[in-house]
Design a protein around this ligand. Sequence first.
Ligand code: UDP
Ligand code: GLC
Ligand code: MN
Length: 333
Amino acid sequence: MADQAFVTLATNDSYAKGAMVLAKSLRSHNTSRKLVALVGPHVSDSFRNVLSKLYDEVRLVDVLDSGDSAHLALMKRPDLGVTLTKLHCWTLTHYSKCVFMDADTLVLSNVDELFEREELSAAPDPGWPDCFNSGVFVFIPSSETYGRLLQFCSETGSFDGGDQGLLNSFFSSWATADISKHLPFIYNLSSIAIYSYLPAFKQFGGDAKVVHFLGKMKPWNYSYDPETKRVQGDSSEHESVHPHYLLKWWDIFSTSVEPLLKEQFGDQPFDSGSHHDVDRIQEAVSRVHVAEPPPMPEMSSQERKQKWEQGQADYMGMDSFENIKKKLDSFLK
Ligand code: UDP
Ligand code: GLC
Ligand code: MN
């Protein structure tokens, strides 16, 4: 099985922490496959060194960025343009088959059976289940597919500004063509789904094999007290992540990853790396231009009347007080 691998991506030191916990979780459940981390040039040398203790291969890749501020702003995630860097995973052609896993995923049991699936297999996205979530997917590395993906990206773009929009448009038959390419949800259980369908989580959650900390708040954004084994964070964000899985992530981090980082950094604080992230997010936010609202299509007076009657007057535009006054004035002249 040396020609099959789990692959992840980290473009900065924070996501690299996630990648470290992911590797530990895969190894502790005795995977027989290789582990590959794709890293961007912003990952510091020290973090790269630690990654290479946990991964069979750490490969430096260029950051591909959609810079698509309008779509990314819709998702409220200006930072996700860089996720197009994921596409590099198709260039790992020395493997015959791979499973990509986001750096914010955590494995709860052995998932090597995923390699029995074909390209492109993935679980439904909890927000729009006719799309797959690109946090966990089975794929076949191929220079040809990689080239086609880049071509497609430059012609069509991505409807969410990140890899998931692009991959869903590219592998567009996923929703309908072959049910065996639908991974069960337990291979990509996102914390969001726990709250949106709690009874199902109570019924099936015990079988979860992979947890995905999808959303803005990631495990490494919380602080953890190893003495009391408690996690602290912004309480408003707290409920987006299930406390049990969050503790599990932190337990692996503090017992198996932190010692490696401490060994690497000696007396120096290794958290300084995360400041890069703040800079990068701010940089990304500053790129987001608030787009002008698109011009309203011309409406006939009949349509406008209907809108009025349905209580949908355009108070800020056509039906503003100013415009109504003008109209009345013209009648009175
Ligand atoms: N990622 C990264 N750097 C970033 C943002 C994302 O390396 O600045 C990678 C990382 O592997 C991450 C994946 O892209 O897990 C997808 O992003 P994220 O998990 O934040 O998206 P979500 O699952 O929350 O939608
Ligand atoms: C998603 C996926 C993530 C992907 C992002 C951008 O919500 O969980 O893996 O990178 O969208 O498309
Ligand atoms: Mn993710």
